[in-house]
Design a protein around this ligand. Structure first.
Ligand code: DBS
Length: 197
């Protein structure tokens, strides 16, 4: 009896430790601190974007090797929501992943359709900055088990962006509480990157 209680104690400690390790340490910024692209133009934002940079409180630069560049395509629907398709290289295959972003409150801000069925308590997407034809910086926050995960993507209309655009992205990421250690630039790959959504 005493022994099994001891083992239960160990098991519990293990679980708590695992949770502490996976919960992000850096809190999501207050939304009032997250910039919003003025006069967001939904039509101009449509089309395919390359994920040139990625940062977040659950991302580590050390994991950069695992991240391959992929694309995300935004298609406006009749109800003004976007059908969003990402095409990722997984193993040796191109995996498509489709979801719907619904306009939410402000132009350039969205939430995820069917959030609850994805096990999410909250989901927000905010286009922070874009010139539509070259780059976009987008903020995402999801709440799972009452924990906030946030990430920012640097989108490019091409696979390469000007150094000053990348610099601006890094500065924006840092202004929202992350460090160089939370930023990664996925490696360019040929596979799946030119597959149509
Ligand atoms: O869709 C997301 C929004 C998202 O996947 C994350 C944050 C905001 C995120 O941090 N994801 C990582 C942890 O689940 C991941 O590894 O994908």
């Amino acid at each position: 009896m005493a022994m099994s209680l001891l083992w239960m104690g160990f098991a519990l400690l293990g679980i708590l430790k695992a949770q502490a390790q996976t919960r992000p340490e850096i809190p999501a910024p207050d939304l009032s601190r997250v910039p919003l692209q003025l006069n967001f133009l939904p039509r101009e934002f449509e089309g395919t974007w390359y994920i040139v940079g990625l940062a977040g409180n659950a991302f580590k630069r050390a994991e950069q090797e695992q991240f391959k560049m992929y694309t995300t395509t935004y298609k406006l629907q009749e109800d003004n929501s976007y059908r969003v398709t990402s095409t990722l290289l997984r193993g040796n295959r191109c995996d498509k992943f489709v979801r719907t972003f619904i306009p939410n409150g402000l132009p350039g801000q969205f939430t995820l359709d069917n959030m609850l069925s994805h096990g999410l308590q909250d989901y927000i997407v905010r286009v922070m900055s874009t010139n539509y034809n070259e780059f976009a910086m987008v903020y995402f926050k999801k709440t799972v088990d009452s924990t906030d995960y946030f990430k920012m993507t640097l989108y490019g209309r091409s696979e390469e962006l000007k150094p000053e655009v990348k610099e601006n992205f890094i500065n924006l990421v840092k202004s929202l509480g992350l460090t160089n250690d939370n930023i990664l630039f996925p490696a360019r790959v040929e596979k799946c990157i030119h597959v149509k959504a």
